[in-house]
Write a protein that binds this ligand. Structure first.
Ligand code: NDP
Length: 288
């Protein structure tokens, strides 16, 4: 190659790269500005971090939980992102409260674009000692609430021809462990519900998926550590490594921002054809 063709080649390469870059730039990048995102249980833990991530993306965020002080603390913090925020005390075990909450969200922030079913609790006991009221509460909060919120949000999403439902299930939605019968039954139910909703609305611009995190160090998990230390006679670090992360091959907790980032991915154009499925964020737990 002489000097002219060499330099022409280089400049043609440069032009090609520029054209390619422009084509890539024209692809729709995630833009959540102005979208209305509802996160149940958004007052702390995973839900609050997801709310922060969505608010930072420019979304209008609505959260609920049962604890007034946590709801107002979260609303104050989220308002600092400069977009409208709505928070309400709502117990997701009560369908009428869910319905009222979602109506007021729509009045205050506009139609719901993204619904994240995140509220959840845990209780651990053998099946034959499992308190019935704990079973009922776990099923109501971790599973039935996602049915009620989805039923309430779907008509608006269908009318718009766009919507995203992300259910926070668990590695325990795909696999089991002893002493967590209610939680595991509920989370398997959430996975099944996600698939069913996805099939019902396929082709209407609406997707529904479940995220299956392994252990994430949130208040829900923190609350289990003292009991595990007592039962196993271990210090905190040993319990974390040898008990809690035993089934998580990475031996690392998933983080709240990784789960939040996965919700954002599921709502981006890149995930338009991702529906009726689960995404594991579990350090390899379910690969075992
Ligand atoms: P936290 O306990 O930190 O947060 C749970 C949230 O749900 C709180 O805001 C809580 O508020 C709310 N909530 C609980 N009960 C109700 C109710 N009846 N009505 C309305 N809100 C309610 O838990 P995490 O952030 O860890 O968990 C969030 C989700 O992620 C859950 O579904 C959990 O099962 C799932 N998950 C968590 C994992 C982890 O390792 N942390 C792993 C896999 C899945 P309040 O109690 O004030 O009502």
């Amino acid at each position: 190659m002489n000097r002219l063709t060499k330099s022409l080649g280089i400049s043609l390469c440069g032009v090609g790269a520029l054209l390619l870059a422009r084509r890539v730039m024209r692809k729709p990048l995630p833009d959540f500005r102005g979208q209305c995102v509802v996160i149940t249980g958004g007052s702390r833990g995973l839900g609050l971090e997801m709310a922060r991530i969505w608010a930072a993306q420019g979304a209008k965020v609505a959260i609920c939980s049962r604890t007034a002080a946590e709801v107002s603390g979260a609303v104050n913090e989220l308002s600092q992102f400069g977009k409208p925020v709505y928070g309400e005390v709502c117990d997701v075990t009560i369908p009428e409260q869910i319905e009222g909450f979602l109506k007021r969200v729509a009045l205050s922030l506009g139609p719901i674009d993204v619904l994240v079913n995140n509220a959840g609790i845990q209780f651990v006991a053998p099946v034959d000692e499992f308190p019935v009221e704990k079973w009922d509460a776990i099923l109501a909060i971790n599973l039935s609430s996602a049915f009620h919120t989805s039923a309430a949000a779907l008509p608006g999403m269908k009318a718009k021809g766009w919507g995203r439902i992300v259910n926070i299930a668990s590695a325990h939605g795909l696999t089991a462990s002893p002493f967590k019968s209610a939680y595991i039954a509920a989370k398997h139910g959430v996975v099944g519900l996600s698939k069913t909703v996805a099939l019902e609305v396929a082709g209407q611009g609406i997707t529904c998926n479940a995220i299956c995190p392994g252990y994430v160090l949130t208040p829900l998990v923190e609350a289990q550590i003292p009991e595990q230390m007592r039962v196993h006679g271990m210090d905190r670090e040993t319990v974390l490594r040898e008990v809690m992360l035993l089934r998580q091959p990475s031996r690392q907790f998933a983080t709240v921002d990784q789960i939040g980032g996965t919700t954002v991915f599921l709502c981006s154009a890149a995930a338009d054809q991702v529906t009726g499925t689960t995404i594991s964020v579990d350090g390899g737990w379910t690969a075992l």
